[in-house]
Design a binder for this molecule. Structure first.
Ligand code: BES
Ligand code: MN
Ligand code: MN
Length: 460
């Protein structure tokens, strides 16, 4: 049977199975969901068994398990390792969801007139990861599986993949492969495919600024004691200058500067500034001077406050000068910045600018290194042909702004490059209320991935 017809005949079954996986609320950030993460891992193992893969196992770690499976056809054939994650982000703020986050439903949208699956994880990453399992089913029932395949699906991506790195280090032989394949990124729009050739890295820190040893009456003490919230706000606002450049000394020292030629080429990637503004309801963009919006969110590093709190925030008013102020601050990094180095620069600088009379404490959260890859490898060209065979357009090579920290670690530990074949859209609202994933993206993804294996193995 042809690949296209097999997918056509099994559309409903594929969706039903994905829905079953999505219904498991596998939120890795919240401890109460421990059982659900294990349920999702077991669901995947059963799927792998049903697909006839070998050595299917749930590998325990200090955190949530990693599901492994493989099909070794012949030692002489190339080996593809598929990576993805079965954990999802928390659903908050729950009130802003139009339907229940773990009860997937299909609704039509302007961008997805044929329907999109609304649920947490529908795009990031259950929907995208599941396409890879279904692609194996498609190949088995059509052209045959043309190379060796290994799967490694983890449950801690959304909380920093803390235990995956050690697993990879301890299982280098088991994970030996020629290329890693991942669908956990996006494409330009529903009909314009792209392959992700860059991911940003991440440094994430939490700052605690302490003034007086207790909250004070803001009448008795106001005006005579520095207020840690006022001070922290001032410190944070000084982290950007008038050109929106980050002021931390050394921050840009190692940043790759792209040639004018490369920048011109990247500028040909379709992007509408008006659609961008409309889609998030802002009337002006913002960012580092002399870079385009696309550059600001891909090849340039940035610094953002993710959360800030302290003092009295409940109902009504309470007149206090708080003892403490807090902020969570992240920096997205690009090649060749190093996460540890940038975190240290941040810590040193924040200590430097702490006003006299205040104490600062800074804790580091998980980070990750940036990643870039070329467009002339055999695997990239196979992926490009695969997209073209389904979308009738050559995909653009795009550097994405998000982070998947383990991808740089794969390169460092296993010495293997990754092809990022994403099928999500920016408008899919990953990590937000009403996350969704187009059903056509899902089916086209399955077809593209199936074709990838045949192009990669020189079968077509
Ligand atoms: N799949 C995303 C990353 C992503 C999305 C990259 C779209 C490019 C395009 C991943 O699950 C994610 O959310 N990563 C986190 C980092 C992690 C350490 C929590 C991120 O980018 O914030
Ligand atoms: Mn993801
Ligand atoms: Mn995510």
């Amino acid at each position: 049977m042809e690949i296209k017809s097999y997918i056509e005949n099994n559309k409903k079954k594929f969706l039903d199975e994905l829905f079953e996986l999505i219904r498991i609320p596998s939120i890795s950030a919240i401890k109460d969901y421990d059982k659900e993460l294990r349920k999702a891992a077991t669901f995947l193992k059963n799927q792998f068994d049903d697909l006839g893969l070998e050595n299917c196992e749930i590998c325990e770690t200090e955190g949530y398990p990693i599901v492994y499976a493989e099909k070794i056809k012949d030692e002489n054939l190339p080996t593809v390792l598929v990576y993805g994650h079965y954990d999802v982000q928390p659903v908050d703020p729950i009130d802003l969801w139009d339907s229940k986050p773990f009860e997937p439903i299909i609704k039509k949208t302007k961008i997805h007139p044929e329907g999109a699956i609304f649920a947490r994880g529908s795009c990031d990453d259950k929907g995208q990861m599941f396409m890879h399992l279904k692609a194996i089913e498609v190949l088995k029932n059509t052209t045959g599986i043309p190379c060796n395949i290994k799967f490694m699906i983890e449950g801690e991506e959304e909380v920093g993949s803390d235990n995956l790195e050690e697993f990879v280090r301890n299982n280098k032989e088991k994970l030996d492969c020629d290329i890693i394949l991942v669908s956990d990124t996006g494409m330009i729009d529903k009909n314009t495919p792209s392959i992700t050739t860059g991911l940003r890295g991440l440094s994430y820190l939490e700052v605690e600024l302490t003034g007086p040893n207790r909250d004070l009456h803001s009448g008795l003490y106001g005006g005579s004691v520095a207020n840690p919230i006022n001070s922290l706000a001032k410190m944070i606002s000084s982290l950007h200058d008038e050109n929106n450049k980050v002021t931390i000394p050394g921050f840009y020292d190692k940043v790759i500067n792209y040639s004018d030629e490369q920048r011109k080429e990247d500028d040909l990637i379709p992007f509408s500034i008006n659609e961008f503004k409309n889609s998030i309801d802002i009337d002006e963009v913002h960012g580092e001077e002399s870079y385009s919006t696309q550059e600001r969110r891909s090849i340039r590093p940035c610094l953002d406050v993710n959360g800030i709190w302290g003092g009295y925030t409940d109902e009504g008013s309470k007149t206090v000068i708080p003892s403490k102020a807090f902020a969570k601050i992240s920096m997205r990094l690009v090649s060749n910045q190093n996460s540890k180095e940038i975190s240290q620069l941040f810590i040193d600088h924040m200590k430097n600018i702490t006003p006299a009379g205040m104490k600062i404490k800074i804790n580091e959260h998980h980070g990750g290194e940036p990643y870039i890859t070329s467009t002339n490898s055999h695997a990239y060209l196979a992926a490009s042909q695969a997209y073209e065979s389904v979308f009738n357009k050559k995909p653009f090579a795009v550097k994405d702004g998000g982070s998947i920290p383990i991808i740089a670690q794969f390169e460092k530990i296993l010495g293997v490059k990754t092809i990022l074949m994403g099928f999500g859209l920016d408008s899919d609202a990953i990590h937000s209320p009403n996350e969704h994933f187009g059903v056509s993206n899902f089916y086209n993804g399955i077809e593209t991935i199936s074709n990838f294996y045949n192009f990669y193995s020189n079968k077509i």
